[in-house]
Design a protein around this ligand. Sequence first.
Ligand SMILES: Nc1ncnc2c1ncn2[C@@H]1O[C@H](COP(=O)(O)OP(=O)(O)OP(=O)(O)O)[C@@H](O)[C@H]1O
Ligand SMILES: [Mg+2]
Length: 238
Amino acid sequence: MALLEVNDLAVSYGQIEAVKGVSFSVDEGQVVAIVGANGAGKTTIMNTISGLLRARRGQISFAGQDITHWPTHRIVAAGIVQVAEGRAILANMSVAENLALGLAAAGSRRHEGGPTIATMMERFPILGQRSGLPAGQLSGGEQQMLAIARALLAQPRLLLMDEPSMGLAPLLVKQVFAIIAALKAEGRTILLVEQNALKALKLADYAYVLERGRVALSGTGAELAGNQDVARAYLGGL
Ligand SMILES: Nc1ncnc2c1ncn2[C@@H]1O[C@H](COP(=O)(O)OP(=O)(O)OP(=O)(O)O)[C@@H](O)[C@H]1O
Ligand SMILES: [Mg+2]
């Protein structure tokens, strides 16, 4: 059974229908990518799954429960944790305080032997070195690491990543993808939206190409990455 199942999802902003009947699923332990041009509706889908936006039509189920109309805090409590686009860390709070928030979000899912702030600082040493610094003073790449570390401390069953490499220099993009590959190797379940489409497809078990609010194509990451039409039509220049 799929861990996340999205069925005929439609989402509007007033008169603008941004997502027009999208269906897809994510199995436990899978990395699933959604790629597509700017404005295709990728962030809208992510924000609807995490409860920040409301579905106009369709269902979202998670671990067998219909979460379509759940409030965000309940969705987080169920284990869906989003690493926000634009790295929405709290700039005035210290690195350590941001991490503590992640840990708090684990709530009742927190278990013996789970990650701690200390283990996260081991995994991302730069966060240990900068622990007392306001998060807003970190570099872009460091902020992204903090956002990922904070999400991992919440012990997600499903990690939502919206453009984790956005705005980063090539070397840091590489680092972020290495982190995602490591998370995949740990068996984590990830829904990934990326502008670096080819990189995302190469990493993904399965992927969906979104075009103006609809799924235009889907297939294994390898299939789509090797598809010339996909490359030409959707991955232009990447
Ligand atoms: N708050 C909003 N109010 C009105 N329209 C919006 C709003 N947010 C997004 N839209 C519109 O909805 C559509 C989908 O936007 P969305 O942000 O989901 O795209 P995206 O695929 O994430 O794009 P990008 O790759 O640029 O991040 C776009 O046409 C966008 O202009
Ligand atoms: Mg977006």
